[in-house]
Design a protein around this ligand. Structure first.
Ligand code: PGA
Length: 258
């Protein structure tokens, strides 16, 4: 089970380090079968990496560029992200698609670069409210995945995570409706079919977990993580408070359900 905290642009460096420290203090009560990854902003990566060093909590970035070095003002190299201690990187989050116009082709280039740098890409896909209403959901998922992952070859030790995040269900910027577990299961089946087409069933099962994100909290997380196709969650708002996030992690593992 993978539980990923996406802190977005909500915490400054001091707050990020404080939250990471609080997570480390709770570490011994976290279930052993849950892999926890926190994704602070780029400027906080090094400090948070120091704070969680030697703990079970992993580090991820919220994005990286598709080149390793060069004249790319303002971009962040996947190599630097790795050197800062990250082993994961979120790619193609809907907020990046929406606010900076990130395309499926760009996500594809980032996936290749991230894998080359030794990172596990966590590729976000999901339909928006309009596409859902237009019965375009399957098509959107298939198009996003095929473009982002076409031609990607996973080495024997490489992993890639697909995060299903229906844009309308995200706590900020969504339409205030939570996705139901059957809807999530359905979408994750569609994703699993595409991933099987691209990588084969054996690789999918072993190395391409599908996780869910969108208003996940301690009360609803178990309903998602119980689904056969869901191998974890990507959590925004509910990851910003340590006791809430620890409750969520425990509930995700089927413990102390609330
Ligand atoms: P949320 O965010 O949990 O606040 O809905 C999830 C995400 O955007 O990754």
């Amino acid at each position: 089970m993978l539980v990923v905290a996406n802190w977005k642009m909500k915490l400054d460096a001091a707050q990020s380090v404080a939250l990471a420290g609080a997570m480390v203090r709770q570490e011994r009560i976290l279930p052993a079968d849950v892999e926890v990854v926190v994704c602070p902003s780029h400027v906080s990566l090094t400090a948070v990496g120091e704070k969680i060093k030697g703990s079970r909590i992993g580090l991820g970035a919220q994005d990286c560029f598709w080149e390793v070095t060069g004249a790319y003002t303002g971009e962040v190299s996947p190599g630097d992200v790795y050197a800062a201690g990250c082993r994961f990187v979120i790619l193609g989050h809907s907020e990046r698609r929406q606010h900076v116009g990130e395309t499926d082709e760009q996500v594809h280039r980032k996936v290749i670069a991230a894998l080359r740098a030794g990172l596990v890409p966590m590729v976000c896909v999901g339909e928006d409210w309009q596409q859902r209403g237009d019965q375009q959901k399957d098509y959107v998922l298939i198009r996003q995945l095929q473009t982002a992952l076409q031609g990607v070859v996973l080495g024997a030790r490489e992993r890639l995570v697909v995060a299903y995040e229906p844009v309308w269900a995200i706590s900020t910027g969504g339409v205030g409706i939570e996705a139901t577990p059957p809807e999530v299961q359905y979408a994750c089946e569609v994703i699993a079919h595409v991933v099987t087409d691209l990588f084969g069933a054996a690789t999918r099962n072993a190395r391409v977990p599908i996780i869910y994100g969108g208003s996940v909290n301690p009360s609803n997380v178990a309903a998602f993580t119980r689904l056969p196709r869901v191998a974890g969650v990507l959590v925004g708002a509910a990851s910003l408070n340590v006791s809430q996030f620890v409750d969520l992690i425990n509930a995700a593992a089927g413990r102390g359900q609330k």
